[in-house]
Design a protein around this ligand. Sequence first.
Ligand code: NAD
Length: 314
Amino acid sequence: MRVVVTGAAGFIGSHMAEALAGAGHEVLAVDAPDRSLTPEIAARTWAALAETPGVTPIEADLAEDDLTKLGEADSVVHLAGRPGVRTSWGAGRAAVRRDNVIATRRLLEACAERRPRVVVASSSSVYGSAHHHPHREDAPLAPASPYARSKAEVERLTVRAARDGLPAVLLRYFSVYGPRQRPDMAFHRFVEAALDGRPLPVFGDGRRSRSFTHVRDVVAATVTAAGAELRPGITINIGHPEPASVRTAIGLITGALGVAAEIKTEEPVAGDAERTWADTGRAARLLGWSARTGLAEGLLDQIAWHRSLRAGAR
Ligand code: NAD
């Protein structure tokens, strides 16, 4: 298959491009590294990706450039965008709209004629907070930040394109972690602080919990979705079925590093869910997928990556 991966200079996209190329697919890796929250990191990932056999990098800004060529692939995995709840407030709103909503609308339009199979990344943030039960895909949406609202809009655009005949599906990812996790994300901040001997910066009281999901599992689900016969417009949760609290994660990280769990409490982030919790029945039924990596094991993986970064690796 010839597969376009957008956002390939990013955290999930770089793993996705490598996995598809490793499985023998021809990968057209698309990104505008300047649009990343961390352009220097994206530029480094981009340079390394260009050396990966089977990957052809195409620098293109989805919100501006001509995307006709992208619609000619067999499949398109759309991971480009402006992620994160915290950075979506204030001055971040315009970038969120541009790089999530406008970019997705233009990409879907570019696919309308040749109709490749399209997989679009959405986010558990569209649900708002889970209370006594995991969120099923048909739960009402309660997006509580500009980021979450942009993803809800991305979903509407995708469902509309599917109604117009595009074989497009949506995956709602739940807090992804693992090697190359973005520097604005919790585990990245915790591990770096712990390795520096600084207190761990925690937003709020650490009781929030998440269906933390390892990037390897997310990539496996996405590869399967890109090759599967799925009902156009369907949405599938991709998350670990057992939420863990931020405190639990901190205990695992500091335990693995053999340091004290000293914490610096910061203001909670507006619009951040108290709990995200994935119902994964649909992913199991339609993709034969479930998360395989437990949090303790997955965190060791991420810690090893932070250590290798300090030793000069990517
Ligand atoms: P990331 O920031 O590491 O990667 C996104 C990439 O998109 C960046 O490399 C950036 O340069 C690129 N990009 C942004 N705007 C672009 C544009 N206009 N044209 C071309 N490229 C552009 O983010 P990530 O964590 O890898 O997330 C990937 C996708 O998954 C995003 O859509 C995100 O919203 C979604 N998601 C991520 C998580 C998570 O926990 N990481 C959870 C839910 C959903």
